[in-house]
Design a protein around this ligand. Structure first.
Ligand code: DHB
Length: 290
């Protein structure tokens, strides 16, 4: 595939990404310092850490670990609260015109609606990414694994707001009927893009000392990095087949240009980089664009 595709702009609705590479939510995007690093990097857009209504300190450390082939995290939605990310849009937009997406992950279903409603009052973000794959909803499964709840949440959302700049971050699906179930729900609403995939839920990794590599949740956490690429590619391909006109942002195990091309060949228009961005820092984007 041509090198130039990764350097070329792409529009979701009226929002123009400067190139096809950006950070994945949760990676280098929690604090103002993180976000400023993304502003001055070569990323084609910026997405925030998934935000809740209130500030959250998150889980006990260590809550992130990586090795050559994977990462594991149970961050516990450490974030500055939606208002910070909404207001910080003004600073971002005073420096750059690249798109700014706010990722939303309420800790209760209703909190998602409350946050998205409030975000309507701010004008310095271009898109909202509603995270249906956040593992932190107490006592419930991820929304994206509960089809009835996903449908109900989206129905309530579009009943109350008239915003057509909302995309969905989906969990990985592993069963063909589940792709179809989710695609059928998505078709009912004016969702403007999909990001596939979030981390694979509840893996377990030992560290070099043969101890659980992270402390929270007895060591269970979301798995990212190279090992999840086959699942990311499969999810992008399947949703592209079921929803051919839907823009898809591919995510999961991208470490180099070849990985990015594989996602684009599978139907992604843009790609997000998580684990490799944490390992390398935002100068990583140069490698994809030169
Ligand atoms: C967290 C992890 C996720 O995979 C996600 O989508 C949102 C939040 C976290 O633990 O902070």
């Amino acid at each position: 595939m041509e090198q130039s595709i990764l350097n070329s702009p792409f529009k979701i609705k009226n929002v123009e990404f400067h190139n096809r590479i950006m950070n994945a939510s949760g990676c280098n995007c929690t604090t103002s310092e993180d976000l400023l690093e993304l502003v001055s990097s070569r990323s084609g857009g910026i997405i925030s850490k998934s935000c809740t209504y209130e500030y959250r300190v998150g889980n006990e450390m260590p809550r992130y670990y990586d090795n050559d082939v994977l990462s594991i995290n149970s961050t516990g939605l450490a974030n500055n609260g939606y208002e910070f990310y909404a207001k910080y849009g003004e600073t971002i937009k005073s420096i750059t015109n690249k798109p700014y997406i706010i990722s939303v992950a309420g800790i209760k279903y209703r909190e998602n609606l409350k946050i998205i409603n409030k975000l309507q009052q701010y004008e310095n973000h271009d898109l909202i990414e509603l995270n249906l794959s956040c593992p932190n909803i107490i006592g419930k499964s991820q929304i994206g694994y509960d089809f009835e709840a996903s449908d109900e949440l989206l129905r309530c959302l579009y009943e109350n707001i008239d915003n057509h700049n909302i995309g969905l971050k989906l969990p990985p699906y592993f069963d063909m009927i589940h792709f179809e179930n989710m695609a059928d729900i998505i078709k009912k609403y004016p969702i403007c893009y999909l990001t596939c995939i979030n981390s694979l839920g509840n893996g377990f990794v030992f560290n070099e000392l043969m101890e659980p590599s992270i402390v929270p949740n007895n060591g269970f956490g979301g798995i990212g990095g190279s090992v999840i690429k086959p699942f990311g590619l499969a999810n992008v391909r399947k949703f592209h087949e079921l929803l051919p006109t839907m823009p898809i942002i591919g995510c999961g195990g991208i470490t180099n240009k070849q990985d990015a091309y594989e996602y684009i060949k599978s139907g992604a228009s843009l790609v997000q980089i998580g684990t490799q961005l944490i390992k390398t820092g935002p100068e990583l984007f140069d490698m994809f664009l030169t």
